[in-house]
Design a protein around this ligand. Sequence first.
Ligand code: FAD
Length: 374
Amino acid sequence: MEVAIIGAGIGGLTTALALQKAHIPFRIYEGAPGLEPVGAGIIIAHNAMQALKAWGITDQIVGLGNRISVMNLTRPDLSNLSTNDLRKFEQKSGLHNIAIHRADLHRVLVDAVGADHIVLNKRLKTVGEAEDGFQLSFEDGTISQTNYLIGADGLRSRVRSALFENGQLRDAGQNCWRGVAHYELPDRYHHELNEAWGKGKRFGFVPLNDRQVYWYLLIDNDLAEAKSDVLPFLRDFHPLAAQLVEATPTSKWIISPIFDLKPMGKWSTGRACLIGDAAHATTPNLGQGACQAIEDAYVLGELLKRCSLEDAIRKYPSIRMAKANHIVDTSWRIGKVAHARNRFTIGLRNLIMKATPEWVNHKQLEKIFSIEIV
Ligand SMILES: Cc1cc2nc3c(=O)[nH]c(=O)nc-3n(C[C@H](O)[C@H](O)[C@H](O)COP(=O)(O)OP(=O)(O)OC[C@H]3O[C@@H](n4cnc5c(N)ncnc54)[C@H](O)[C@@H]3O)c2cc1C
């Protein structure tokens, strides 16, 4: 019996960890020629850290990343609108939200899985039926057979288009610029994420260590057509925003349009399922896309402690779907609210945010950070 995992992203690699723990043989087919992921920083939240703890890799991640104990939403000048203090979660679980360079996270996951389980340059083209499983055809002309198939091949999943109704991609109408600046932030920011909401745009930054700061800037598509010159958009933000962007070589900026996947009602069929962005790609507004992929893999692994792989594949969506889809929808709505452009709407939004008691935010986070395994 062998499982083919398509995609060596965070979803594919953590699924491999879950299978490994259950002593189930697998092979990961990755379309890219190398394992270094494109990306700047990422925040691995509490829920995902719980899963990573079960696979024994939290120490490496904590060691390479930076603990984030406070998340602030602010006005463009960094004056506060809303604070999420994560210290209560930290005290309860002993785990932290960690900001880490994507390349570091990826390296930890690849080392834990073992690079010899990953076949590179294998871009899946089509999926056919085979006796006892599936026939996989790759763009290099090769063919493989597998008994089980897990599509962890991201937003534009080929596994999804082959075996499921192809899902509907939604364009959020925003572009995202990301980078990692070599910059020493004032101490007060060291364990904080700050995201400043402007008019049709927002800027966030979080330190990855005491020398590197991950920053991101989102702008409505119709406002910023020229992608190379974003500094004028930062004039009404706190000077730190422009300083961080200027401290990052333009060649290192990552620019991506923001899409999600309209919630789907089905992620598994027979001996195949979808994991991570392939099943529930979300806008980045809650910082939960990768965390949800990790949670998928964790739940699959927990199910494998008590049932067969076929049953686990069948049951896992019923445990995960409500939460993942809630995150997709909530994140989509936050993206719209964050980019309000009407002065009156912005004023009202800011008033509501200022007036919302912290326990309300805490309750919402509690829901996101808890993992259910029914
Ligand atoms: C701007 C931005 C910021 C974000 N910030 C955060 C954050 O702070 N925290 C967080 O949790 N999430 C964040 N996310 C979301 C997160 O990046 C994704 O949810 C996560 O990477 C999904 O992992 P995945 O493995 O499911 O898919 P992917 O990362 O897309 O990986 C899919 C893999 O499959 C491979 N592949 C694709 N097609 C094929 C094929 N046909 N054959 C073989 N291989 C294939 C790809 O090369 C890739 O390696 C952010 C996203 C964006 C856009």
